[in-house]
Every structure is written in structure tokens, then in C-alpha cells.
Design a binder for this molecule. Sequence first.
Ligand SMILES: [Fe+2]
Ligand SMILES: [Fe+2]
Length: 194
Amino acid sequence: MKQDVETLLTNLRTDHRNLAMLLDLLQGETQRLESLEEPDYELVHDIMQYMTSYPDAVHHPREDLLYRHILTVRPDADENLRRVEADHDNIATLGVKLRDDIDSIAAGTFVKREVIIGELRSYRETLLTHMYWEERELFALADELQSDSDWSNIDLGGADDRDPLFGSRVDRKFRRLMAGIQQRIVWDNQQYFV
Ligand SMILES: [Fe+2]
Ligand SMILES: [Fe+2]
């Protein structure tokens, strides 16, 4: 599937605002854990279920394609941009570990509070720092290059790109999460992020 880079960037930036809002919810649960309160593990589970599906399977691979697309016209940008793929691997690894530990707790396994707090903090900080970097470097360069009409279409392959939570239809497995989001915040995701 070919898409113009402008639409791709708009979609990626929308994803970032959605992800930042979810990280905000994770932060609230982290603070509850730190205050020795019982966190909403169901909410954390659902968020990590989403994080390890749509962002890891669609959002990040699209940014990898954008990075490769940039290199076709600006190979010299590689030194500055090449961390993007390693960042994505790292975020996926942290996310899966956190998701699995939350699942273990749900299954009755004891996991130390400090371990979960550390994983939550590390995941949030890593993803936020990464998204800020992308907005500042990767997306900014892509914005600049759009005036080159030969470059302005990108092949995204044929993968299913539907967002199962924030897309036009909420998937059954994310309905509880959507209800939780709507219950917790006045949903104006423009207030979130960059
Ligand atoms: Fe990314
Ligand atoms: Fe991103």
C-alpha cells in the first residue's frame, strides 16, 4: 500500500499523543504502587496488551520504513537516525517483559512491587524519550523532505494497519480499556504530548 508521507506523519503523530496518554495512565498506577496502594492491574494489563500489539506491530515498523525511505534521498542522515530500529527492539523487549510480569501477577505468582515499579518507570521513560526524539529528529527531517515530490509517497506494504483501540472501531478485546480511559480522563488527547 502506497501512502503519502504527509498522511503517514499525521497518523504517527496521532499515535504518539494516544501513546503518551496511555503512559500517563500507567504513571498513575505506578504512583499508586509507590504509595503502597493497590494498583488497577487490569488496566495495566490492558494497556500493555495494546502496547505490545499495535505500537510494536504497526507504529514502529512504519517508522522503520520511514527511516529507510529517508535514507533513499539522505543517506548522510543515517548516523543521526539509525538508533530508531534498536530503540524499537528495546521498547518491544521492555514491553513484553512488563506485560508478562503483569500476567504472572494475575495468575497468582508473586512479583516484587519494586520490580514492577522499576519496569513501569523504565518503560514509560524509554518510550517517552524515544517519541520526543522521533518528533525532533526523524519526523522533522521527513517534514523537510516532503517538498521533494519524487519522495513524497512511501510503500507501507500490505499489512493490516488498523488501530484496534483508537481506530474507527474498538476491538472487543480493548473495549474494557476504552471504557477505563473514558472513565478516567476528559478525553482531549491534544493536551498530551509535543
Ligand atoms: Fe518509534
Ligand atoms: Fe513513534
